[in-house]
Design a protein around this ligand. Structure first.
Ligand SMILES: [Zn+2]
Length: 136
């Protein structure tokens, strides 16, 4: 198991992940770093497309990479953009995060690496849950 990653280190990884962003349309580069409960870190960046609706945010890229890597337990997610103000996930990303970790700690960073801490449930109260029948 990898050594635990501090909040500041996770934010640093999110800031660094911005460098891989493919954002020729918005020029809004975002990076994310997702820490698993086992101590692994998966990073993501936004990947835009000329067909705008196909664009995927950095947060979901990180989650999908982690799930593809066999991880489903998440401890914290850092998100950073290259503009002023704390970077907050969009509703779609919050819904995806809620599927795996409704109480996930979110480290929402600004361009200097300062960050505020929120949870997924705080930013997306009443998230959608797929209704499951008895015995499932
Ligand atoms: Zn998003």
């Amino acid at each position: 198991m990898a050594a635990a990653c501090s909040d500041a280190e996770l934010v640093g990884l999110a800031l660094a992940a911005r460098g891989n962003a493919y954002a020729p349309y918005s020029r809004y580069r975002v990076g994310a770093a997702l820490l698993t409960t086992g101590g692994r870190v998966f990073t993501g960046c936004n990947v835009e497309n000329g067909s705008y609706g196909l664009t995927v945010c950095a947060e979901r890229v990180a989650v999908f990479a982690a799930v593809a890597g066999g991880e489903r337990g998440f401890a914290a997610l850092a998100v950073a953009a290259d503009r002023e103000g704390y970077c907050r996930p969009c509703g779609a990303c919050l819904q995806v995060l809620s599927e795996f970790a409704p109480s996930l700690r979110l480290l929402l960073a600004d361009v200097r690496g300062d960050f505020e801490v929120k949870t997924v449930a705080e930013l997306l109260p009443g998230a959608f849950r797929f209704p499951r029948g008895e015995g499932e």
